[in-house]
Design a protein around this ligand. Structure first.
Ligand SMILES: Cc1cc2nc3c(=O)[nH]c(=O)nc-3n(C[C@H](O)[C@H](O)[C@H](O)COP(=O)(O)OP(=O)(O)OC[C@H]3O[C@@H](n4cnc5c(N)ncnc54)[C@H](O)[C@@H]3O)c2cc1C
Length: 329
């Protein structure tokens, strides 16, 4: 199948772009290495699919909606029932943090409705055929589009560019290489009784071990008492490549100081590229003819949503929107 647009990455950036291209009447296919959509906007269940006892958001915990462009699109594409207000934001108490009723992954899932997404396909090489971009996956499958938008994180894009032997302008490579991410270790814990964490269930211990602890019962997405504890950047960096069981044990001990109940079970998840600490000051990059790159490594500011105020998920969505809306103009 050859589509007008081939998108790499079914995170919120790629999915917002896909919806926007489809709105413009273009044919789109999206390819992702994950089994589901959403990338770093991820939710795990406790129990079974038919009987979900609880949930953990173990990537993004909330989204800010400062940009009217993002608000308008979400309103028309997924409606107003998916997101609800959780807490005012730190930087501006009048602005709310929004969360999804069934965990944050509900948002990318809703965006993906009606979009062709090929899952569990890790792209290992990109080829320009003379009229299309062809993406070859590890499984041997091929996906083709007249234009290609990549929304995979910058370090993974660099690997893909090198493996594909793409001859890009060195200044372009410098820009991609300037994007840097933190690592994050996230502990998912089930408790025996409600955690009753203060501050609406979002506390920031900022100790040597834990950066943020989120009470999902207080947040409103879990019937059972579940919490996620994100480690500090320093702890995550130090422990990322070490024994995960040992890392989980240190994080569990640190978490125990914040919850007045027993921890029943824990799981640990490592995010190699969690949140960008250095971004490129443009909304997207044109790498070469017909090949564009977007995502949360880019600063996509607008008058009603200054770039400094909306890093991360909202920025990723805006970057995808800008990349799609300005192509072919
Ligand atoms: C622990 C943690 C906490 C966070 N908390 C918040 C928060 O509270 N609020 C907030 O706004 N943001 C938060 N963020 C950041 C937010 O999740 C990201 O900024 C946003 O989701 C990035 O979206 P994206 O589409 O740019 O990238 P991604 O979500 O990373 O999507 C890229 C996709 O590309 C796919 N991919 C990569 N390589 C390949 C390949 N070779 N072939 C095929 N597919 C590939 C990946 O599987 C992924 O699905 C958090 C992130 C983490 C990890």
């Amino acid at each position: 199948m050859i589509t007008d647009i081939l998108i790499l990455g079914a995170g919120v950036s790629g999915l917002m772009a896909a919806r926007s291209f489809q709105e413009q009447g273009k044919t789109v296919q999206v390819v992702d290495k994950g089994r589901g959509v959403g990338g770093r906007v991820a939710t795990r269940w406790l129990g079974s699919r038919d009987q979900i006892r609880g949930r953990w958001d173990h990537g993004a915990q909330f989204v800010t909606l400062r940009s009217s462009r993002v608000r308008r699109r979400l309103h028309s594409w997924i409606g107003d029932d998916v997101l609800y207000d959780w807490l005012p934001s730190f930087s501006d108490p009048t602005l709310m943090r929004k969360v999804c009723t069934q965990g944050m992954n509900q948002l990318p899932k809703a965006l993906a409705a009606g979009v062709t997404v090929h899952r569990a396909e890790r792209i290992r090489k990109l080829e320009w055929t003379g009229s299309t971009w062809k993406a070859l996956s590890e499984s041997g499958a091929e996906f083709e589009g007249h234009q290609c938008l990549s929304t995979i994180p910058a370090p993974q894009m660099i690997d893909l560019i090198l493996a594909s032997e793409l001859d890009l302008d060195p200044r372009m490579m410098d820009q991609i290489q300037s994007i840097e991410y933190e690592r994050t270790l996230s502990l998912l814990a089930e408790l025996d009784t409600p955690a009753n964490l203060p501050d609406g269930g979002y506390v920031r211990p900022l100790t040597g071990v834990l950066d943020t602890v989120i009470d999902h019962q207080a947040k409103g997405i879990s019937d059972s008492p579940t919490v996620t504890a994100h480690a500090t950047p320093a702890f995550s960096l130090e422990w990322y490549d070490r024994d995960r069981i040992a890392a989980a044990s240190v994080m569990r001990a640190a978490l125990q100081e914040y919850v007045q109940c027993s921890i029943v079970q824990v799981q640990i998840h490592g995010w190699k590229f969690s949140t960008p600490v250095k971004r490129v000051p443009t909304a997207y990059l044109d790498l070469t003819e017909g090949l564009r790159m977007a995502g949360d490594g880019f600063v996509a500011g607008e008058d009603d949503a200054p770039a400094s105020l909306h890093p991360r998920m909202e920025s990723a969505m805006l970057s995808g929107l800008h990349a799609a809306q300005s192509w072919g103009d």
